[in-house]
Design a protein around this ligand. Structure first.
Ligand code: ADP
Ligand code: MG
Length: 623
């Protein structure tokens, strides 16, 4: 042939790509990252009817992914066919696509994975005496032979992406991939809660859940560790909704704790996630998401899973109705559990009298709604928006009523219990007067009122304290001088698979902030010391909330050190409702005024506002 291959015109031949190349291209779509391999292979195992599945991962899946199942196996004569593109035992005609009851249907996973790794499959169908072992490298068949095997299938994927260097380079840090795998494994284990799973990563048991139990057992062992959940079990016409969802105080600032399934399939559905939140209404604050799993079943013809090869996105017909059905189901379940009081709460337009001009406006409207719920949910702290709201009103820090409650002397306002130190970390010792400032009052056990000259300063004790602590802790993290309070009784915590991956990723910075945490086996860790500013708070909760905070803060662009400092500061700061003594209040102001960035808390909310005498005079028509 004459002319270079790139020259247009004569000499070009159009021909189909070799199957090996096609598979490699498809792998780019089906296998985005190691977690996708785990998903595809585990789904194959579930489709094969397995009731026990072992997942073994090394080096975030790049070194090894091994899935062992006790399902129906592949008959010897079909083992090779399983690796042919678009070969599937699951559908045969286009119409079947509308009635999918299996996970797989494209016949793409095995050939795709095999084309970008070194893959070994060992399988035995129940009726056969021996199994078959087949080995591929970069999609090329290496060997195929009879081999002894237990009933079921084992797939071992080594050196993923070894022959696609560009793709390999695209992978995120090992810890990030590990987190994706943890999430995927958790989702698979929740979606099929009757199947027993073990999940081992780098030689460590991440979880081990027995077959045959109910969704409650599964969700609480994977997401719960001691938190309160509510069962959902509702059939509304053609829609069936089952689940186990967290009490409002499990809400956190990201969706990581939410798992939603449609017809057994884990899906990413902003609509249904919105609906889950919607069911909680005012019980959770905007931007927070309760923990939990929801399994929704609809007529398979209403779901199109064929949108994207990785299949976590689905198209739903009648999305709106489904959304509303989920909202109702969640609300009804919370009500049955007594979490939503059955007395009608008005939407609380009362009490807007607080507004003294633009300075002090804000979320009073919302707060009033919450106040309207009033004593009906007295034991539940109000749920207020945004991370710098007092910790105990958010993720269940020291909920009043627990043994950690703070006792206040009614005469002096002094905090009496040892937790004073915690609420404090405001040394209650010698007053350090802030020059020219005089404490003239308090409002709502949250705002401290100071007078300086002709100005009134209204200080938010929580954000102010948060600012002070944030700068202190940041310095300690940087200088590696974080001081911890060693616990008399170290506390064991079982982390969720995702929290554990995050802990492994950020352990160093967490330690520098003053925590001392020892790994205990599995996902269990021992909290041995907490930053001294956290003394008196529940150590286990402090650690898990820290991890959850890190997850959401990093998403919004914080670097790790900032995220840790911010979370520790926020969780340790005095809260709304903590009554400070005069000395503590004055001391807090003094420290605030010495802070580098005294005007706002680390999230940017003001620490104080100033109202001048002349502003007030204007309001009263005195000018
Ligand atoms: P799909 O799952 O879309 O059918 P795959 O490429 O994932 O496509 O698998 C191809 C076929 O191999 C499946 O249809 C199934 O018959 C068989 N297979 C794969 N994994 C297993 C397994 N773990 N147990 C039994 N059969 C399996
Ligand atoms: Mg499959």
């Amino acid at each position: 042939m004459n002319g270079s291959p790139s020259q247009p015109g004569r000499g070009r031949w159009i021909r189909p790509l070799p199957e090996r190349v096609v598979n490699k291209i498809a792998a780019g779509e089906v296998i985005e990252r190691p977690a996708a391999v785990v998903k595809e292979l585990v789904e194959n195992a579930m489709d094969a009817g397995a009731d026990r599945i072992d997942i073994v991962v090394e080096k975030s899946g790049v070194k090894l992914i091994r899935i062992v199942d006790n399902g129906c196996g592949i008959p010897a004569e079909q083992v090779e066919i399983a690796f042919a593109r678009h070969a599937t035992s699951k559908i045969s005609a286009f119409d079947d696509l509308d009635r999918l009851s299996t996970y797989g249907f494209r016949g793409e996973a095995l050939p795709s994975v095999a084309s970008v790794s070194q893959l070994r499959l060992l399988s035995r169908a129940p009726g056969e005496d021996a199994g078959t072992e087949i080995v591929y490298e970069g999609g090329v068949l290496q060997s195929r032979q009879p081999a002894p095997a237990p009933p079921g299938t084992t797939v071992e994927v080594r050196n993923l992406f070894y022959n696609t260097p560009a793709r390999r380079k695209f992978l995120k840090a090992e810890s990030t991939e590990a987190r994706h795998i943890s999430r995927t494994a958790t989702a698979l284990a929740i979606g099929r809660y009757r199947v027993g799973f073990t999940f081992t990563m780098n030689g460590r048991d991440i979880f081990r859940v027995p077959p045959g139990l109910d969704i409650e057992a599964r969700v609480s062992s994977l997401l719960g560790s001691g938190r309160k959940f509510v069962a959902v079990n509702i059939e509304a016409g053609p829609v069936k909704i089952e689940g186990y969802i967290g009490a409002p105080d499990t809400a956190q600032h990201n969706r990581y704790g939410q798992y939603i399934f449609i017809n057994d399939r884990y899906v990413f559905s902003p609509v249904l996630s919105h609906a889950l939140n919607g069911g909680y209404g005012d019980l959770i604050s905007p931007g927070t998401y309760p923990l939990g799993a929801l399994l929704v079943w609809v007529d398979p013809t209403e779901v199109d899973v064929n949108v994207h090869p990785s299949k976590t996105e689905v198209k739903l017909s009648r999305e709106r109705e489904l959304h509303d059905a989920v909202v109702r189901a969640v609300r009804e379940s919370l009500r049955q559990d007594g979490i939503i009081p059955s007395l009608k709460t008005s939407s609380g337009t009362a009490g807007n009298s607080a507004g003294i001009g633009p300075h002090v406006s804000g979320r009073t409207g919302r707060d009033n709604v919450i106040a309207g719920i009033g004593s009906a949910r007295a034991e539940n702290a109000p749920y207020l928006p945004d991370l710098c709201r007092p910790p105990e009103t958010r993720d269940g820090g020291n909920t009043p009523g627990e043994s950690e409650a703070v006792t206040v002397d009614k005469n002096t306002g002094e905090i009496l219990q040892p937790q004073a130190a915690a609420a404090g970390s405001l040394p209650s010792v010698a007053e350090e007067p802030a020059d020219g400032f005089r404490l003239v009052g308090r409002f709502a056990d949250l705002y401290l009122l100071f007078q300086a000259g002709n100005d009134l300063y209204i200080v938010d004790q929580h954000t102010a304290h948060e600012r002070v602590l944030y700068e202190e802790i940041s310095r300690q993290i940087e200088a590696e001088t974080g001081s911890g309070q060693v616990l008399l009784f170290p506390m064991q915590v079982e982390l969720s698979p995702e929290q554990f991956a995050l802990y492994q990723e950020s352990g160093d910075v967490i330690t520098r902030s003053g925590f001392s945490v020892a790994e205990f086996g599995g996902r269990t860790v021992n909290v041995e010391a907490v930053p001294s500013v956290m003394t008196g708070k529940a150590p286990d909760k402090m650690l898990t909330m820290l991890l959850d905070d890190i997850a959401s803060l990093r998403k919004t662009g914080y670097d790790l050190e900032k995220a840790v400092a911010q979370s520790v500061a926020c969780r340790s700061a005095v809260m709304a409702g903590d009554r400070l003594s005069d000395q503590e209040a004055t001391h807090l102001l003094a420290r605030l005024l010495k802070s580098r960035d005294r005007y706002s808390c680390p999230h940017g909310r003001p620490t104080f506002i100033k109202i001048s005498r002349s502003d007030l005079d204007k309001q009263f028509g005195r000018t």
